[in-house]
Design a protein around this ligand. Sequence first.
Ligand SMILES: Cc1cc2nc3c(=O)[nH]c(=O)nc-3n(C[C@H](O)[C@H](O)[C@H](O)COP(=O)(O)OP(=O)(O)OC[C@H]3O[C@@H](n4cnc5c(N)ncnc54)[C@H](O)[C@@H]3O)c2cc1C
Length: 575
Amino acid sequence: MTAEVSRRGFLAGMAGVGALAAAGLAGCAPSKAEGAKEAAPEGAQTGADTADWLGQAPEIADIAETKECDLLIVGAGNGGMAAAAYAADRGIDFMVCEGSTQVGATRHWFAALDTPPFADREPVDRQRLMGEIVRYSSGNCDQRLIKMWMDESADMFAFVDGIMSAAGAVVIADENDMPGGMGGTSFYTPPFEHHYADENGDRKGIEERNVLFEKHINEAGYEVSYGHLLAKLVREEGGRVTGAIFETENGYVQVNAKKGVMLATGGYAANPAMVKALSPVTAQSVTALGYNQNNKGMGIKAAMWAGAAKDLTSATMIFDRGLVAPGTPAGYTPESIEAGDPQFPSNGQFNPGTQPFLKVNMAGERFANESADYDYLPHAAAQQPNGTYISVWDGNFGEDVQRFHTLGCSAGTRMGVQAFKKEDGSYDLDGYFQKQLEDGRLQKADTLEELAEKLGFDAEAKKTFLATCERYNELYDAQEDTDFFKEAYRLSELRTPPFFGATLGGTLLTTIDGIRINADCQALDTQGHVIDGLFAVGDCSGSVFSGNYPDQLHGFACGRTMTEALHVVKVVADM
Ligand SMILES: Cc1cc2nc3c(=O)[nH]c(=O)nc-3n(C[C@H](O)[C@H](O)[C@H](O)COP(=O)(O)OP(=O)(O)OC[C@H]3O[C@@H](n4cnc5c(N)ncnc54)[C@H](O)[C@@H]3O)c2cc1C
């Protein structure tokens, strides 16, 4: 990777900026920047060889315009817009700069502790919650930061709820009870996940949170500065961070911030070089893109160029929903690598992928307990042929998923299929799976033999697959999984046609390792010292996750992101 903010990189970073592209980009070409580079600070900690992805800060000599504010928010996504709306209420002199042309997609489910909607449920067990987060991260977290989220998340909810309910949205306190358990392990599923709908329970009837936040700041006289792509931070020699430089269609714009710069630029899922270097298992277990394509890790890189330290371990949010055509291997496609623009073969999330049906590898063998967190199967499959696996179910799908009773967003399957329930109580599965059957990613057959053919098993694998299905039926009949120890209520039969087979890998949603921060979300340098003037929140920040996302802590990612964002505004307001 080169260090220059190239014309191509700028266009890619501004995905969706059709009008700007059409208007031409005079004034933003790399000729504005001199060729010389600043060296990355010695000792930058990344947990991996950074040679391929960190590069060096561009030296920018030609600033077209300079602006001043107290607080500079970089990135208008879930963290950035929450901070902006909160700062507007406090009359703070802030700017929010966003690389694209619109606010980032709203992530609907968010966690907050002991809020009024959960008043009728047991309080969150904070000791157990802390233990769960620490266990998931193997201790690679700052427990004081997590405590701050626990203590301040109810305030965050109150603020969000004020804006959402004023717009007619109704809060829903999500279900958290999974009486049958999962994977033979006591996962804690706290009562703390919220989302919004209209009075009929439909989200289509309400405006998205980030759109409402934007209206909120507009009404207070602020605007998002779109088309501002972070190029680098400005730091006094060894001292505080005083601002940032953005690439815009009018050249480089420097924004000076007297009190602080808050990075909220998301993770690095759209940066294949970073993904491959920092999380090789992701590159080998993912089949589908689910991330914001603007999130190329620029906030992390800019902070590291300015001397900040990154988490030593990586963490990705992978959901087991990357549906692909039979035979498609996991990972970036060879053609896209060849073309210099690595892409995963598929797109989006096939929600039923999470259901704990029988899952087999390409040799037709069962290889894991399917009653698991979202990323366990894709990770386990990375050690299997092709890196993918096949989920198999029969005509009892509708009844089975009710009994499986998964929680969080995977509950969308048992709820969604209800719309296809017929008067006689059976389900119209052709209707429910219409799209995936039509586009050829999902296979359907009258017999398991025929299904095996359609899934592309070779003769040997087909024999093994049929034997595995028979064995699975035996386990169901015995109501005991002596092979992989899945709970009996999550076993299912493969006897009632039609049979379905879905070839799956992971969908990559985001990365969640980033710049190390303290409990005030201040960025830390490689010695653990605060870098004055620099804050990081959400997916570009670190100190919370390691390895993976604790999926059963539903809404934790967005909940902690918005709480951190509000916390930074409080810190800045007190300066
Ligand atoms: C499809 C999907 C669904 C999800 N659903 C949930 C959920 O329901 N609940 C939950 O807890 N978590 C969910 N997550 C995870 C959650 O979205 C993140 O943890 C959280 O949004 C992080 O917010 P953020 O502000 O850090 O990043 P984002 O919300 O991604 O915002 C980053 C912003 O920075 C901008 N940006 C990037 N680079 C630059 C640059 N160089 N210069 C200027 N701007 C830049 C981007 O355009 C974007 O607007 C989901 C993730 C995905 C992908």
